[in-house]
Design a protein around this ligand. Structure first.
Ligand SMILES: [Zn+2]
Length: 243
């Protein structure tokens, strides 16, 4: 089974505490390191977790409330200073392009190659995984996301060894589900291949209850959800009366 590693870099909302940084989660698998939200202080959380922000491949923004995104300017600055060479792909709800442009203006010597996508539905479809989004209810454009690692067809190496099948194009045919003839004997693909089941992980951050979230989270192996809000628009605690 392909491994996916989830690192909770921050789980607090609105304001940080000694124990909880602002929201940021890193999902790592194969060659991907996908950062979901980037609250203030996320860079330091990377260091504390012993992770390298230069390895980020994509960023998914759930929504543009400060507690979920104020780490972006600092992170971009660090990537620019460290000579980040990949194309940084940023995905988010409506408004994301404008906000990213504003951040780019803030950064000294910003020369990162950046691609920004305002997304809906299935917005990434690679050979090994796909990603989907659904609109949430949060008083501002907001997305939830799921990442699905696709099922993989694998060859049972022990069985192949027993059959004394040499490394040849026949193996590729078996992997493609085709039966083959070897030394006059038929080898059925279904006897030597098996399915390595994929995994689905869904991230539902700030939102009030809605059926899109339920639909997106369906069949997830892991669901990461912030505590449901009682009020969808008021994210800050009431201010203390000034004296
Ligand atoms: Zn929010």
């Amino acid at each position: 089974m392909e491994e996916i590693k989830i690192t909770f870099l921050g789980t607090g909302s609105a304001m940080p505490t000694k124990e909880h940084n602002h929201p940021a989660i890193l999902a790592s698998f194969a060659n991907e390191n996908i950062l979901i939200d980037c609250g203030e202080g996320t860079q330091r959380q990377f260091r504390i977790a012993g992770l390298n922000p230069m390895k980020i491949t994509r960023i998914f923004i759930t929504h543009w409330h400060g507690d979920h995104i104020l780490g972006l300017p600092g992170l971009f600055q660090t990537l620019a200073l460290s000579d980040y060479r990949k194309t940084l792909k940023v995905y988010g709800p409506k408004g994301t392009k404008r906000f990213i442009e504003l951040i780019q203006e803030l950064i000294f010597d910003f020369h990162i190659d950046i691609e920004v996508h305002e997304v809906s539905g299935r917005f990434i479809n690679e050979n090994t995984f796909f990603a989907e989004t659904a609109e949430m209810h949060h008083g501002t454009p907001a997305n939830a996301y799921s990442i699905t690692l696709k099922d993989r067809i694998k060859l049972d190496k022990k069985k192949l060894k027993k059959l004394k099948l040499p490394n040849s194009p026949l193996i590729g045919q078996l992997a493609a589900g085709k039966d083959v003839i070897f030394k006059g004997k038929k080898i059925k693909a279904k006897n030597v291949v098996y399915i390595d089941k994929g995994k689905k992980i869904t991230f539902v951050m700030d939102t009030s209850y809605n059926t899109n979230a339920i639909e997106l989270a369906k069949n997830s192996d892991i669901l990461i959800a912030e505590q449901q809000e009682l009020k969808s628009t008021n994210i800050l605690p009431p201010r203390k009366q000034q004296r």
